[in-house]
Design a protein around this ligand. Structure first.
Ligand code: GRG
Length: 318
């Protein structure tokens, strides 16, 4: 797994084209709006409310509660970069958001982070109760795999199988679950090392972001060189994303975040700002983003959406 220090050393923009440096206009806002609309309508159509209504309503409540839709958008972007179509990647994009949403539902439970708000709304267990919230998470996780297996079209079966395995690996003890376990173990400890902090976040946050980036290209039957470069990009933005998340927990308001701000300090959690301070954390995030962009140098203008998304990660306010 990548460390912030190693990646920042690798950051070099010298080989980027003028367009990649930002000389050619790319309207990220317009791009994100269009992609978010596509993802919202695909997610809305993905789950019907049938008997027993309560569980489908709980699943839809969190799945359709907004959010930046970063993971599905990354998956769609890399599928296009690798020569695939949006249609090929939409079911996997939806599955990624289902998995992400289930992890948020479980993360917010009293047994975990015990949060009342998420995406500007009451958390799932506050509305439906803990029992149903656990089941809504389980339902979304299982349905994600069924959904992409049934609805994916025009993708080579061996590539689709690889995507299924990659998503499973990102969720399991090798990914989100493992990261969450070490995070829970580290709560209240004052001597968390950078290596442990990096382990937590490369697993809790980085694993699903990496799966989002790489699976899109995999669906388009990308070659191993492309997959390797996208993996480098993903690891850099994954860590940058978490560093920014930690900074925002200190500097942003509850309204901006749509969830309780200042939770890390309150829970005495080790974070990047607690190890490095806010300014150094921002500098490290910036360097990781430069490293992410450098990994895309050979793709030319095809990489413009991914480059703009990398910049957005450090500039975001929520
Ligand atoms: C996956 C089986 C399984 C269990 C879950 C609870 C848990 C195990 C893991 C925690 C994972 C977690 C909540 C990681 C935090 C990731 C993160 C930075 C979330 C915020 O992502 P954004 O900013 O949120 O993309 P939006 O709301 O915009 O989608």
């Amino acid at each position: 797994m990548i460390s912030a220090d190693k990646t920042s050393a690798a950051a070099s923009l010298s080989s980027l084209s003028e367009a990649q440096k930002g000389a050619s206009p790319f309207d990220l806002r317009d791009y994100l709006n269009q992609r978010q609309e596509l993802v919202e309508s695909a997610l809305d159509a993905s789950i019907e409310v049938v008997y027993p209504e309560k569980i489908y309503e709980a699943m839809r409540y969190s799945l359709l509660a907004g959010g930046k839709r970063l993971r599905p958008i990354l998956c769609l972007a890399t599928c296009e970069l690798a020569g695939g179509t949006l249609e090929m990647a939409v079911p996997t994009a939806c599955a990624l958001e289902m998995i992400h949403t289930m992890s948020l539902i479980h993360d917010d439970l009293p047994a975990m982070d015990n949060d009342d708000y998420r995406r500007g709304k009451l958390t799932n267990h506050k509305v439906f109760g803990e029992d149903i919230a656990i089941l809504a998470g389980d339902g979304l996780l299982a349905y994600a795999f069924e959904y992409l297996a049934i609805h994916t079209r025009n993708v080579a079966p061996d590539r689709l199988l690889k995507v299924v395995a990659r998503l499973g690996n990102a969720v399991a003890a090798t990914g989100l679950v493992g990261g969450q376990v070490v995070d829970l173990d580290s709560e209240g400890a004052s001597d968390i090392s950078l290596a442990t902090l990096n382990f937590i976040h490369t697993h809790k946050t980085g694993a699903l972001l990496e799966a989002s980036v790489v699976s899109g290209a995999e669906l388009a039957s990308a070659d191993s060189d492309t997959l390797e470069k996208l993996t480098q990009y993903a690891r850099n933005i994954g860590l940058a994303f978490q560093i920014v998340d930690d900074v925002l927990d200190i500097t942003a308001t509850c309204e901006e975040l749509g969830k309780t701000a200042g939770k890390d300090l309150q829970a005495q959690k080790a974070t990047y700002p607690s190890l490095w301070g806010i300014e150094e954390s921002k500098r490290q995030a910036q360097q990781l983003v430069q490293g992410a962009k450098a990994a895309l140098a050979t793709f030319g203008d095809r990489a413009l959406p991914l480059i703009a998304i990398a910049d957005y990660i450090t500039e975001r306010k929520s």
